[in-house]
Design a binder for this molecule. Structure first.
Ligand code: DGT
Ligand code: CA
Ligand code: CA
Ligand code: ZN
Length: 591
């Protein structure tokens, strides 16, 4: 699919125009097309062939022409016009947090800065001192921003990688006769970002005795099928058992083909983490065993006898351990807990009964209350909380008390029509700078569920921010604190907040923490989930859906929750509707 490539062209055009100071409305039109293309589930080439480009809402005639040009010639004339004489490396500067197009334009014009490297040199050389709007603090922030960017460079959000991995696994399984194929690595461990995608496959026939371990019958054919998949942009390596490609989406995918008697051992090895592997290798050694990606062996080198390797279960059995869920394999105490028999029974995707953070078209969502509810029911859910924004968030269509009354009437009407499904009256209300909640008490009393989130004044000191959030935690109407740290993966660092203090306050006031499962957030993190569980704080999972096609991201959050050792009983969304309503009716303040 060329969707991502076309979207990237529109993003670039929007960026160049923004730096050149063009009309914000026009810039936005391009950005919107980029977003639509990235969200599109259909193949854009198919849409083009069927002459339906302008039927995509937000795609006008001139955008459609540009898309068609790109699909036919690989180029867009308007882009080439814009990019003529423009240093394209300058666009990278827009990825630095808190650096907008206006400032980039000034850095280019006044200082001749054309790339992140130039900017770094200018900062180090003190060249920015004295520039309007460039105080010491701002320059320091820029320096941090560049460091942050470097740290996240090359890592891809799980939410982007997961669908790509699934597609590769499915297409390969379709093309080749494979008894087993599975994604391994950090993706299987559901880490919030991944460096690359590791896929492991096995063939039908066993390796013949005496052959080298590196030889796998039929391996080369599988690798060939892999490197010729339609979304492969570049083949980095292709051999008899290993292939490596870069996809259209810019992701590196490694495939390894192993023989069936080694599949389990290889899956353990390539799932990692490295730290977990080191840990279990130590356990093997203590038992006089040797473990590697080919199997578990007893005895010395050439005399070594394979005692396990075909399945993960076999491998863990040899070590005296139960099979460990991949999300736990981080050497964060999972082996010790397994040996002591105190492993948690992790929450699973099937345990989720409903969606608790969703926006309708009353604020910045795209669908009606009823449409969002129908789609949630199709997910197999039994409830959905509509949590539109509060008035302070004007840019996101925050609801005044008057429009809120209409929205709530709409929710009541939906509930009358739907049987066996409940739409909850919720809100994602702003936590104001002083810790107050963005609705008067008599309005707050009309909600069944209140998520309170920080959407402004990110730059407060840690002390102020912590006090601000704790005040919201203490508010008896607040069910949960939304996306606690405000981070956006690869885009914006968490703001300063004492997470431990907030968790303690939540425990005291019976307030939950949201795990915002949107791919860009995954906030709270796995480690904070674990902290919450240990403190007895409940976790609410919410996709922050602005369209029903975002509901699938619940899966990402369940992954994070599992990495955070959460059980069903720790997660509000695992309650049946009645139980949840009961929970929500109890006052959140324990005093
Ligand atoms: P990533 O891709 O950076 O998000 O993280 P991983 O965990 O997927 O790491 P990757 O792709 O480098 O390697 C996949 C797995 O292979 C890793 O989780 C553990 C295993 N592995 C790779 N290199 C080593 C190694 O040097 N020693 C051990 N014990 N295991 C390794
Ligand atoms: Ca990997
Ligand atoms: Ca890899
Ligand atoms: Zn929010």
């Amino acid at each position: 699919m060329k969707n991502a490539a076309v979207a990237a062209m529109f993003d670039k055009m929007a960026d160049i125009m923004a730096i050149k100071g063009e009309n914000a409305f026009r810039v936005n039109t391009y950005r919107k097309v980029g977003r639509i293309l990235r969200d599109l589930t259909e193949d854009i080439e198919q849409v083009h062939r069927e002459g339906r480009l302008t039927e995509l809402s937000g795609v006008g005639k001139s955008s459609a022409e540009k898309i068609a040009q790109f699909l036919q010639t690989g180029r867009i004339r308007a882009y080439e016009e814009l990019a003529k004489g423009f240093p394209v490396g300058a666009l990278d500067m827009l990825k630095i947090p808190n650096l907008g197009p206006k400032t980039v334009a000034r850095l280019m014009q006044d200082k001749g800065i054309q790339s992140i490297e130039d900017l770094e040199k200018a900062i180090e050389g003190g060249d920015l001192v004295g520039m309007a709007g460039m105080g010491k603090k701002t320059i320091e922030k820029l320096r941090h921003g560049i460091e942050f960017l470097r740290r996240s460079a090359g890592r891809i959000m799980l939410g982007k990688a997961l669908p790509v991995a699934q597609a590769v696994v499915e297409s390969l399984a379709e093309r080749c006769d494979l008894p087993a194929i599975e994604a391994a690595g950090s993706l299987r461990r559901m880490k919030e970002t991944v460096g690359d995608i590791d896929i492991l496959a096995t063939v039908r026939s066993k390796r013949r005795k005496g052959k080298k371990a590196e030889e796998v019958p039929g391996g080369r054919e599988v690798v060939e099928a892999f490197t010729s998949l339609p979304n492969v942009a570049e083949v980095l390596a292709a051999g008899a058992t290993k292939g490596s490609v870069r996809t259209e989406e810019g992701l590196q995918v490694d495939l390894r083909v192993v023989s069936p008697e080694s599949f389990g051992a290889a899956l353990v090895y390539f799932t990692g983490s490295k730290a977990h592997n080191v840990k279990i290798r130590g356990i093997a050694l203590d038992k006089g065993l040797k473990i590697n990606e080919y199997g578990v062996f007893r005895g010395e080198a050439c005399m070594a006898e394979r005692i396990a390797g075909a399945t993960e279960q076999e491998v863990y059995d040899c070590l005296g351990l139960p099979w460990l869920p991949p999300e736990l394999r981080e050497d964060r105490g999972e082996v010790e807990a397994a040996l002591a028999g105190t492993l948690p029974e992790l929450v699973s995707p099937d345990d989720i009964r409903g969606e608790l953070h969703a926006h309708s078209h009353y604020s910045d969502g795209s669908l009606s209350v009823m449409e969002m509810a129908e789609a949630a029911r199709q997910m197999g859910y039994s409830y959905l909380a509509i949590t539109d924004h509060s008035p302070s968030l004007g840019v996101a269509g925050g609801l005044s008390a008057k429009r809120l009354r209409r929205q709530q009437a709409d929710i009541e009407a939906a509930n009358r029509k739907l049987s066996g499904f409940t739409v909850l009256k919720g809100t994602e209300a702003d936590i104001l700078a002083d810790g107050g909640i963005d609705y008067p008490e008599k309005v707050l009393a009309t909600f069944e569920l209140v998520i309170a989130s920080v959407h402004s004044r990110f730059g407060m000191s840690e002390k102020e921010m912590t006090a601000r959030i704790i005040k919201a935690v203490q508010n008896p109407y607040v069910t949960a604190i939304g996306h606690l740290t405000g981070r956006l993966l690869g885009q914006r660092e968490a703001y300063q907040v004492d997470v431990g203090a907030v968790v303690a306050a939540c425990a005291e006031h019976r307030t939950a923490l949201e795990l915002n499962t949107n791919m860009e957030r995954l906030d709270i993190t796995d480690l904070v989930c674990r902290q919450a569980r240990e403190a007895g704080v409940k976790v609410l999972l919410g996709t922050d859906a602005h369209h029903s096609r975002h509901y699938w991201m619940m899966r990402l959050g369940v992954g994070t929750a599992r990495r955070g050792w959460l059980e069903k009983g720790d997660v509000l969304n695992c309650m049946e509707a009645e139980e949840l309503l009961d929970y929500l009716r109890q006052p959140t303040r324990s005093t």
